[in-house]
Design a binder for this molecule. Structure first.
Ligand SMILES: Nc1ncnc2c1ncn2[C@@H]1O[C@H](COP(=O)(O)OP(=O)(O)O)[C@@H](O)[C@H]1O
Ligand SMILES: [Mg+2]
Length: 394
């Protein structure tokens, strides 16, 4: 830094994908909320797109928001200390031109870049299976390729969940249940396929028939098959916990909030768009387990979420700043990990919402005071792939 230069205020860029009709993709309301939170705390926040991504000298091309005119303005802005990846879909992230931008961000010596990629359900399982601290929190899981995989897990578990590795919001989820011998007659297996708000149910007398139907539903997508957990329920509706885990003003993992999602009456998942609803975890847990045990479960859920976040970050060899997590509580009160998402959707609970914005801003302030280093992941990837981009260092 030159002698008389005033130090630049902490600067955070939100990275997303451009859109012809509405400037860029992603949840603009979210971006604006983050820009406002930044303003309140003396942090410059703006949006960058992968399409016109440009770092030139001490400037970057970005979009700032004008609260009076409610318009975005494209301009050269101070180089960010931190870039926060909010590219909203996997299909965008996989485009070669987007990959190239992500590589530049990861390898940049002076900019902190967090949440570089989406997670997938299979690697998450592998990462968490590596550590003794998290092994006990994951249901038995396998990649689903042959009917033998299915048969093998059916011998061990009454219920199984089949989930697309790159799925979200309940799309493509199936459940296989074994009907108890007495009521089974000839149809032994029940398959539920999650549709918009209901699940479509069919029955089969043997695994080959069941497998034919499953294969048709799977198509060419990659799936995992997982031990079904019998979730605790409230008024006969199963629920699970959604935890938002974020780094705080010291760069340490913390719980921003924890909400509960109750399954819709006819659904095999708890997603709100599929008939699920939001509720207070303490209320649901109190009703089922009593206040003392309920508090213990909630404490354990929070502790587990932190242990899981640390292991995911370590195993992924990338820098992460936040993730949301779906945790199940079974009927005995045990905690189970279902999935984590590196592009968490907005939490509707206002207190979690506020905390999440505060954390992102304070974490960015923390990072702005810490020297950046290129990620280990990028260093490895760079050997295999020579990125060719016009980015210059700060
Ligand atoms: N192994 C399982 N046992 C019981 N319920 C499950 C299991 N896996 C998923 N679910 C239910 O389905 C929901 C969606 O699963 P999840 O893995 O989060 O996929 P998605 O990416 O579609 O949200 C979970 O929140 C939970 O309610
Ligand atoms: Mg989920």
């Amino acid at each position: 830094m030159e002698l008389h230069e005033t130090p630049q205020k902490p600067t955070l860029a939100i990275l997303t994908y451009a859109d012809e009709n509405r400037v860029f993709r992603g949840n603009q309301e979210n971006f604006i909320d983050l820009i406002r939170s930044g303003e309140e705390k003396g942090v410059l926040v703006y949006v960058m797109t992968t399409n016109d991504f440009k770092l030139v000298g001490k400037k970057a091309l970005g979009y700032s928001y004008n609260f009076q005119t409610k318009k975005w303005k494209k301009q050269l802005l101070p180089l960010p200390h931190v870039i926060y990846n909010r590219i909203p879909y996997r299909k965008f992230e996989l485009l070669p031109e987007v990959q190239q931008v992500l590589q530049v961000c990861m390898r940049h010596g002076k900019i902190h870049f967090f949440n570089p990629t989406f997670f997938n359900k299979w690697t998450l399982f592998e990462w968490l299976n590596k550590s003794k601290n998290t092994q006990t929190l994951i249901p038995a899981t396998q990649k689903l390729t042959t009917s033998e995989d299915l048969e093998h897990l059916l011998e061990k578990h009454q219920n199984l969940y089949l989930k697309p590795i790159r799925g979200k919001a309940g799309k493509g989820i199936m459940k296989v249940s074994q009907i108890p011998e007495k009521s089974a007659k000839t149809r032994k297996y029940q398959l539920s396929i999650q549709n918009k708000t209901k699940s479509h149910i069919s029955r089969y007398s043997n695994v080959p028939q069941l497998w034919t139907q499953i294969r048709e539903a799977i198509g060419n997508k990659d799936y995992i098959i997982q031990q079904g957990i019998t979730l605790a329920n409230y008024k006969q509706r199963p629920y699970d916990l959604r935890v938002l885990v974020q780094k705080n003003n010291k760069g340490l993992w913390s719980i921003a909030g924890i909400g509960a999602r109750l399954a819709g009456k006819l659904s095999i998942t708890t997603h709100v768009p599929r008939g699920g609803s939001i509720d207070d975890p303490a209320k649901l847990l109190d009703a089922g387990f009593g206040p003392t045990v309920s508090k213990k479960i909630l404490r354990r859920a929070k502790k587990s979420a932190l242990v899981i976040a640390k292991q995911i970050e370590k195993a992924s060899q990338t820098m992460l700043g936040e993730m949301s997590m779906d945790l199940g509580v079974d009927t005995t009160g045990q905690i189970w990990f279902f999935e984590a998402n590196s592009k968490p959707m907005k939490f509707d609970e206002p207190h979690i919402r506020q905390k999440s914005l505060d954390n992102l801003i304070l974490y960015s302030v923390h990072l702005s005071k810490t020297p950046a280093k290129p990620s280990r992941f990028a260093a490895g990837a760079a050997k295999r792939k020579t990125a060719n981009h016009s980015a210059k260092a700060r």
